[in-house]
Design a protein around this ligand. Structure first.
Ligand SMILES: Nc1nc2c(ncn2[C@@H]2O[C@H](COP(=O)(O)OP(=O)(O)OP(=O)(O)O)[C@@H](O)[C@H]2O)c(=O)[nH]1
Ligand SMILES: [Mg+2]
Length: 240
C-alpha cells in the first residue's frame, strides 16, 4: 500500500490510498539525505518549526554533526516521521557504504538536500531512489548564501536570474543522469517565507495521504503563506 502511494499522482488515486491508510494507521517515513554539511538537520528543524537551539531540535553544526539516522516524529501527527540522516561521502559514511549503513531502503519518501554545487553523490542518491521505485524532492539549500555572494560579486545582479541559473543546473544535472521529472526546490532554512519553501510544503501536502496531509498543513510554519505559491507543471515556481 505504501508502494501504491509512491506511484500515485492523481488526486482520485490518492483518495483511494488514503482510505486504506486511515484504516491501518500506516507510518510514513521521510528521509532527509545528502552530503555532510548541506543543511539536512537545519532543514528538519525548519520543517518542524524549531530553531536550531530549541529543545528537541536536531543538532546542527559547522563540522560533521549527525552520526546516525535520527527520527523526529511530527509533533502533531505521529504517523509521519522525518529521519535526519548522516551525510553521504564522509570517512565514517563513504558513498559506497552509505546506503547500507543508513538502511536506505526502509524509507518511504526522500528529500535530498544539496548545497553550493551539484555533486556526484546527489546523483547517486537520486538514482538509488529511482531504482527502488520511490520518489524524492531535490532541495537546493542555503540559497540565502548564494544570493548574498552573487550580489557582492556581480554588478548586474538579479535575484530571479540567479535563482533560475541554480534551478537549471540542478534540473539538468538530474535529467542528464536519467532521473525522470525531478522536482527541484530552492530554499533557505533561515528564510521560510522566501524562495521555494512554501512550494515544497504545498508539494508535500498534495503528495501525502489525506490524513497526513492535514497534519503537514498543521505543521506549516505560520509565516509561510502557501496560497501565495503554486507548482507549475514544469516545476518552475510561479507567484500568484
Ligand atoms: N546560510 C545558511 N546556512 C545554513 C542553511 N542551512 C544550514 N546552514 C548552516 O550549514 C551548517 C551545516 O548545517 P547542518 O544542518 O548541521 O548540516 P547537515 O547536513 O545536517 O550536516 P551533517 O549532520 O554533518 O551531515 C550549519 O552551520 C548551518 O547553520 C541555510 O539555509 N542557510
Ligand atoms: Mg546533520
Amino acid at each position: 500500500m505504501k508502494t501504491a502511494l509512491q506511484h500515485t499522482d492523481r488526486p482520485s488515486d490518492v483518495g483511494k490510498t488514503m482510505e486504506s491508510l486511515q484504516d491501518n494507521n500506516t507510518q510514513l517515513n521521510i528521509a532527509i539525505t545528502g552530503e555532510s554539511g548541506s543543511g539536512k538537520s537545519t532543514f528538519v528543524n525548519a520543517l518542524r518549526e524549531l530553531s536550531d537551539d530549541d529543545e528537541g531540535a536536531a543538532p546542527t553544526g559547522v563540522t560533521e554533526t549527525t552520526s546516525e539516522a535520527t527520527p523526529y516524529p511530527h509533533p502533531n501527527y505521529p504517523n509521519v516521521t522525518f529521519w535526519d540522516l548522516p551525510g553521504i561521502g564522509t570517512t565514517k559514511f563513504p558513498a559506497d557504504k552509505y546506503l547500507e549503513l543508513v538502511g536506505f531502503e526502509k524509507f518511504d519518501f526522500f528529500i535530498i538536500i544539496s548545497a553550493v554545487r551539484f555533486r556526484e553523490n546527489d546523483v547517486k542518491l537520486a538514482q538509488e531512489i529511482q531504482k527502488m521505485e520511490k520518489k524524492f524532492y531535490f532541495v537546493r539549500s542555503k540559497i540565502d548564501n548564494d544570493l548574498r555572494a552573487e550580489e557582492r560579486s556581480q554588478r548586474e545582479f538579479k535575484v530571479e536570474k540567479t535563482l533560475s541559473q541554480i534551478r537549471q543546473v540542478c534540473i539538468q544535472g538530474l535529467t542528464g543522469s536519467s532521473i525522470k521529472t525531478p522536482q527541484v526546490f530552492l530554499v533557505s532554512s533561515f528564510q521560510l517565507h522566501q524562495y521555494d519553501f512554501p512550494l515544497l510544503h504545498k508539494a508535500l501536502e498534495s503528495g501525502l495521504p489525506e490524513v497526513k496531509r492535514d497534519a503537514l498543513l498543521l505543521a506549516t510554519p505560520k509565516q509561510i503563506h502557501i496560497r501565495e505559491a503554486r507548482v507549475t507543471p514544469c516545476n518552475r515556481p510561479e507567484r500568484v
